[in-house]
Design a protein around this ligand. Sequence first.
Ligand SMILES: Cc1cc2nc3c(=O)[nH]c(=O)nc-3n(C[C@H](O)[C@H](O)[C@H](O)COP(=O)(O)OP(=O)(O)OC[C@H]3O[C@@H](n4cnc5c(N)ncnc54)[C@H](O)[C@@H]3O)c2cc1C
Length: 410
Amino acid sequence: MGTASPGTQRVDVAVIGAGIVGLATALQLLERRPDLRLVVLEREAKVAAHQSGHNSGVVHAGLYYAPGSQKALLCREGKGLLERYCQAHGIPIAWPGKLVVALDETELPRLAALKERGLANRVDGLEEVGPERMREIEPHVRGIRALWSPRTGITDFTLVTRAYADDVCARGGEIELSRPVTAIERRPDALVLKTPGGPVEARSVIACAGLWADRVAALTGERTRESPSIVPFRGDYYTLSPEAAALVSGLVYPVPDPRFPFLGVHLTRRIDGQVWAGPNAVLAFRRTGYRRRDISLRDLAEALANPGFRSLARRFWRTGGAEMWRDWSKGAFVREVQRFLPELRGDQVTFGPSGVRAQALGRDGTLVDDFDLAGGDRVLHVRNAPSPAATSSLAIGERLAADAIDRFGL
Ligand SMILES: Cc1cc2nc3c(=O)[nH]c(=O)nc-3n(C[C@H](O)[C@H](O)[C@H](O)COP(=O)(O)OP(=O)(O)OC[C@H]3O[C@@H](n4cnc5c(N)ncnc54)[C@H](O)[C@@H]3O)c2cc1C
C-alpha cells in the first residue's frame, strides 16, 4: 500500500474508493484476471475510513429485503462468501442470532409481513416465537412475539476490509492512499483520473465512492438530472456499560417502519463483547458529519437545492424532527431502548461512536431502497450500496467484476 507516485500511471482498471465494496471488487477482479494492472485510489490515509469502518458489524441473514431484489440475492450470496472468507483468514465471526421484537398487538401485522419476506428469502432457521421462547433467548427483553433468526451474525468489517486490502496487494494490485480523484478527463482510448499524486490513465473505472458516489459520477460526465444524489444520514450509537451489556445476549431489533430503509434503534452485541444501542438516523449536514456540530455549507446548499431532498423534507419533517430530538436528548434515546429493554438505565450508557450512511435519493424524493450498480461508458458506478452492503461485499464484488470483464473486454 502506498501514497503518491510521480508521473502518469497506466492501468487496465482504476477502482475509486478503498471501502469494503471497492476492495472486494478489486479482489474479485484479480482472482479472475491475475494479470490485470489494477489500482485502487482512496482519498483518505487509510482503508475503511468511512462507512466500512463505522457500522454495526452485523452479518445480515437477508430478512428485510424485497424478495428478488439485489439486496435479497446479494446478501444471501455475500453472507456465505463472507463466512468462508473470515474462516479462511482467521477473522472473528460469530452467530449470536437476532430477535426482532413486536412490543404490542399493533406491530403484529408488520411482524407477520416480515416473516413472509424472511421465508421468501429463505433465511436460515427463521422462526416465529412467543413470550416463553423469547425469555429463553433474551431473558431481559420485553415484547409479545418475535422473529428469531439464529444465523444472523457479527464480525468486524474494518478487519475484513483490511484483509481484502492485503489480498489485493498480494495479488499484484496497488492501493494508493491519500489520492482523491478530483477530475476525470475522457480520451478516446482511456480515462485520465487527476489526483494530487499525479494522473492515472485507466482503460476502465469502477467507482465505489460511498458518500461521494454522486460527485464521482458527475466527474465521469455520467450524472444526469435523473441520477440519484447522496444524502448523508448520521447514525449515533450509545455504548452500554459492562453491567448493562450483560442484559443482552445477541442482537435485538424493533419491528422496522416500512417507510424507511433504516432498521430502527437496536441493540448489537459486538465481536469484542461490547453492546451498542443504535444507530438512529438523522440528517447529517456534512458528508463526513460524524459529530452533531459538523456542517459543510457546500453539502447543505447542494441538499437544499435538490428537489428530491425538499420533497423528502416536506413529507418527513415530523418524523425527522422527532429523530433529531432523540439524537440530542439522551433521555429520549434511552426511553426508546427501554421500550424493549426496560431494565436499562440512563447512567449505564455512554454516547458514541457514530457512522454516516450514504443513502441515495431519487429526484422525486424517494429513498432508493435497493442496491444500484449501474454501467456506463467505460465506467461502472456503485450508486447506492447501503446496509447490507458490508455483508454482501464479496457478492457485489463478484457481480461488478463479471460485469467489468464482460463490458470492458478485460
Ligand atoms: C451506521 C452504519 C451501520 C451499518 N451497519 C451495517 C451492518 O451492520 N451490516 C452491513 O452489512 N452493513 C452495514 N452498514 C452499511 C455498510 O457499512 C456499507 O454499506 C458499506 O460499508 C459500504 O461500503 P463502500 O465501500 O461502498 O463505502 P465506504 O466504506 O464509504 O467507502 C467509499 C470510499 O470511497 C472513498 N472516496 C470517495 N470519493 C473518492 C474520490 N473522489 N477519490 C478517492 N476515493 C474516494 C471514500 O473515502 C471511502 O473510503 C452500515 C452503515 C452505517 C453507516
